[in-house]
Design a protein around this ligand. Structure first.
Ligand code: GDP
Ligand code: MG
Ligand code: ZN
Length: 359
C-alpha cells in the first residue's frame, strides 16, 4: 500500500470514533422451540432424500466472541465450543444488524460434536437489544458490538478524578437509548464523605435509578456490587481512572481481562481489531469486555429522544403543551415549570441543556 492510501485509511479509521448506540430492537427475546421444530421438520424432509446425514441436533447457545468471518466461540450448556458460522449466516449483507455478534443467542447444530467436523452455528435468535457504535459524517455507519446485554455499570469516582454528574447524565441517556439498565457505581468512597453527593443521589434514586457506593480500596459496597452483577451481562463504563479495572480485579481476582490501556488507546482514535468478549464471572453472568463499547456515543437521532428519556423528565414531559417539546424555549413546558418549583434541580436542567447543545 502506498503512503497516501495508508494515510487515507488511517484518517478514515480515526474518524470512526464512537458516536452512539443503536436504539434497541424492541422485540423481546423468545425461547424458540417453534423454530427448532420447524427446522428439524425441514431437515427431516431433506433427509429422506439425502439419507447419510444423521438427524440434526440443534442446541441453544450464546456467542461469547466472534473470532473471524467464519469462526466464533459459543457457550453451550456450560461448555465453550469453537464453532463454524453457517454459510447462510456468512452472506455479505449490508444490513450490519444481521451479522452474528458477541452476546447473540444462537442455535448450533451439535450433530458433529466429537467428530473432526466443526459444530456449526445455524441460526441467530431474536435480540433484545444491540449495542453499536457509529462512524462520524453524514452516513453514520453502524458497527454492531454486542447483543442482548443487560446492564451498564456507570462507574464514577467521588474524587481523583472528581465526580461529574453531567457525564453520569450522558451515560444514563445512552443506557436508556441502548435498552440497558443503568447502575450508578461511585468508587473511591474512602476519599470523601457521603454527604458530598447525597442530594444528587437522592434525585437519581427518587427517579428509579440504583446507585451503589463502593471503595475498591476498603471493600465497602463490594458485596452490593457483586449482587447486582450476578446472572447479568454487565458492561463497565466510565472515565479512565475511576477504578473500573481495580473493581473488576477485586470482584474476580485473576480475571483474564484486556487492560484498560487497550480501551484508552482506542479512545484516542487508534484502531484496534480486538472484538467484544463476554467473560463469564465465576458467580454467574458475564463481564462485557469491549474496547469499542467503553465510550459508547450517541447517534444524531438521539436528540429527538433525550427530551423524554433524560433522568427525571419522564414524569413531566407528558404535561408539556407540545408533544415534541424540547423544554428549552417552548411555552407551556411542564419540565421548565418543574425546574421553577424545584421539583427538578437546576443542576440537572443545566446538565440537560448542555447535552442537547452538544448534539
Ligand atoms: N483511593 C482509592 N483509589 C482507588 C480505588 N479504586 C481504584 N483506585 C486507584 O485509581 C487508579 C485508577 O484505577 P483503574 O482501575 O486503573 O481505573 P480505570 O481507568 O477506570 O480502569 C489506580 O491508581 C487505583 O489504584 C479506591 O477505591 N480508592
Ligand atoms: Mg482500566
Ligand atoms: Zn417541555
Amino acid at each position: 500500500m502506498n503512503q497516501r492510501k495508508r494515510d487515507k485509511k488511517k484518517f478514515v479509521r480515526q474518524n470512526l470514533r464512537i458516536k452512539n448506540v443503536g436504539i434497541d430492537v424492541l422485540d423481546s427475546f423468545v425461547e424458540h422451540d417453534i423454530v427448532e421444530d420447524k427446522r428439524s421438520q425441514k431437515k427431516l424432509l431433506e433427509k429422506s432424500e439425502v439419507s447419510q446425514k444423521s438427524e440434526t441436533k440443534l442446541r441453544r447457545g450464546r456467542v461469547i466472541e466472534v473470532l473471524s468471518n467464519n469462526r466464533c466461540r459459543v457457550e453451550v450448556g456450560g461448555q465453550v465450543l469453537e464453532c463454524a458460522i453457517g454459510g447462510r449466516l456468512k452472506q455479505i449483507n449490508y444490513e450490519t444488524r444481521s451479522i452474528i455478534t458477541a452476546g447473540d443467542y444462537v442455535h448450533v447444530d451439535i450433530t458433529n460434536l466429537g467428530s473432526t467436523s466443526m459444530v456449526q452455528v445455524e441460526e441467530i435468535l431474536p435480540r433484545s437489544n444491540v449495542l453499536s457504535r457509529f462512524s462520524e459524517g453524514s452516513f453514520q455507519t453502524e458497527v454492531v458490538l454486542a447483543a442482548n446485554i443487560d446492564q451498564v455499570i456507570i462507574t464514577a469516582s467521588i474524587c481523583e478524578p472528581d465526580i461529574n454528574f453531567n457525564l453520569i447524565d450522558r451515560y444514563l441517556c445512552r443506557a436508556a437509548l441502548a435498552g440497558l439498565i443503568p447502575i450508578i457505581c461511585i468508587n473511591k468512597m474512602d476519599l470523601a464523605d457521603d454527604a458530598f453527593i447525597a442530594d444528587e443521589l437522592t434525585f437519581y434514586e427518587d427517579h428509579g435509578f440504583q446507585s451503589i457506593l463502593v471503595s475498591a480500596e476498603t471493600g465497602r459496597g463490594m458485596d452490593a456490587l457483586k449482587s447486582a452483577l450476578i446472572g447479568k451481562d454487565s458492561l463497565f463504563s466510565g472515565s479512565s481512572g475511576t477504578g473500573k479495572s481495580t473493581l473488576i480485579n477485586r470482584l474476580e481476582p485473576g480475571i483474564n481481562l484486556r487492560t484498560g490501556e487497550v480501551s484508552d488507546y482506542n479512545f484516542k482514535g487508534m484502531h484496534t481489531t480486538t472484538s467484544t468478549k463476554l467473560i463469564p464471572w465465576s458467580f454467574g453472568g458475564h463481564l462485557v469486555d469491549s474496547p469499542g463499547i467503553k465510550t459508547f456515543g450517541l447517534h444524531r437521532s438521539a436528540k429527538d429522544f433525550i427530551p423524554r428519556i433524560f433522568p427525571g423528565f419522564d414524569s413531566y414531559y407528558i404535561g408539556c403543551k407540545f408533544h415534541n417539546c424540547t423544554h428549552i424555549h417552548e411555552d407551556g413546558c411542564a419540565v421548565k415549570a418543574a425546574v421553577m418549583h424545584d421539583d427538578i434541580p437546576q443542576d440537572r436542567y443545566e446538565s440537560y441543556l448542555n447535552i442537547m447543545a452538544s448534539l
